[in-house]
Write a protein that binds this ligand. Structure first.
Ligand code: ADP
Ligand code: MG
Length: 396
């Protein structure tokens, strides 16, 4: 199509008026066909010139975003036809390449339904005419897609809960069996002697007490791991929380011959976090680190800014892990300790998910381990770091 027109343009002075009319007719046909294609897709499409004046808009646009009702939008600047100021602002920022960090999904109330629409802006630069650019705006209804994702997440959660429940069932079998055996022994001793002194019964009662406390910790840890967390995210600096954690654990570390190095950057951006949950996550990591350094060692708590993330590292000089152990440590109930529940890291992982963050680990057997928690820097804080936001002029 395009080649044919380009060849015709090159020879235009040799063509007679009928041939030119034929070419225009065929062009009109092509345009009509393309318009039909754009009309038939589910998305809303608007084509504009470089000043955001509309060249074409398909009729589905009106179903996607709030627009003034018109038969044709051709020739109108976007600012006069798009009624939602957030969408308009997003588009203006996007054409100036300043929308990277912004959310491109918008929700609208449509009757009794809430519709979520994603807005994409593509720039089209003409190869024929220098400095001539135009924009393609696409509006897609992602309500169903998002609902499916939420459904997937829920079923993922359910699946992991089933694994956890199976784990609990497995875990409580041993203490229950031990309790059963010791009750039987106690009963036999009772029958044999008819009456028992506390001394006679003590060793059975001790085992029962121990196993009950083990059952209790399995159930408490399980509930903590599966219960939806009551997460209260607040935008605040993390330095103070990290210092408090250090102060809290230092005496116990000292008792275990572990020295503590605080390597906490002071000029970090604020983070959105739940203070109690962050403390819980760090305590779990520090407890593990301490367990890994039985004969003493060094524990380092470090915080750093890394691009759009803040990294908090818990580094130990303990026994480390081999690759096989490393693969399994986040699985619920995986433990290498006689009295471990194997839920500590499961909980840390869950806490990091609540913060839209991540946890990674590197370790070397015999040398030590480094757990890294990464938190996204909130958008508002990124702007502060980048300098004040410039006003973008709307040209149309
Ligand atoms: P638990 O501490 O009850 O065993 P966790 O989920 O906290 O459960 O940890 C799971 C396993 O990961 C531990 O049993 C241990 O084998 C390994 N692990 C965790 N942290 C460390 C560490 N800092 N150094 C060495 N091994 C670790
Ligand atoms: Mg642990």
């Amino acid at each position: 199509m395009k080649n044919f027109v380009q060849r015709a343009i090159q020879k235009i002075d040799q063509l007679d008026s009928k041939q030119i009319v034929d070419i225009l007719k065929s062009q009109a046909n092509d345009v009509e066909m393309l318009e039909n294609v754009l009309e038939s897709i589910h998305d809303g499409v608007i084509l504009t010139d470089g000043n955001l004046v509309v060249n074409y808009a398909n009729s589905n646009c009106q179903k996607m975003i709030p627009m003034v009702r018109k038969r044709s939008y051709e020739g109108f600047p976007l600012s006069r036809i798009i009624e939602d100021e957030h969408v308009l602002r997003y588009i203006v920022l996007a054409v100036h390449d300043r929308a990277d960090e912004l959310d491109n999904e918008f929700t609208f109330q449509r009757g009794d339904k809430v519709q979520t629409v994603s807005v994409s802006v593509f720039i089209y630069k003409s190869t024929e005419v220098k400095n001539l650019s135009s924009y393609v705006l696409m509006f897609s209804d992602v309500t169903e897609h998002n609902a499916n994702e939420a459904r997937m997440r829920r079923s993922e959660n359910l699946a992991s809960m089933t694994t956890m429940a199976a784990g609990v069932a497995h875990e409580i079998k041993n203490p229950l069996a031990a309790m059963g055996i010791h009750l039987q022994l106690l009963k036999k001793a009772f029958v044999r002697k008819e009456s028992l002194t506390y001394d006679d019964a003590q060793r059975y009662l001790d085992v029962l007490e121990e196993e009950i406390s083990r059952l209790n910790s399995i159930v408490v840890d399980f509930l903590f791991a599966v219960r939806p967390m009551d997460t209260r995210l607040r935008l605040s600096p993390i330095c103070r929380t990290l210092d408090e954690i250090c102060n809290f654990v230092e005496p116990e570390l000292h008792e275990h011959n572990v020295s503590l190095t605080r390597d906490i950057a002071t000029s970090l951006p604020k983070l959105e976090f739940d203070e109690n949950l962050l403390k819980q996550a760090l305590l779990n990591l520090i407890k593990n680190a301490m367990n890994a350094m039985e004969g003493g060692g060094r524990l380092t708590l470090q915080s750093r800014l890394d691009g759009n993330q803040v990294l908090i590292k818990v580094i130990d000089t303990g026994i480390g892990m081999d690759d096989e152990t490393l693969q399994k440590i986040f699985e619920p109930y995986f433990t290498t300790k006689a009295s471990g529940t194997g839920l500590g890291l499961t909980v840390v992982y869950k806490i990091m998910k609540e913060h839209k963050g991540d946890i990674t680990v590197t370790s070397k057997r015999g040398e030590g381990t480094c757990f890294t928690l990464s938190f996204p820097v909130p958008k508002s804080e990124r702007l502060v770091l980048d300098g004040p936001e410039k006003e973008v002029e709307f040209e149309a």
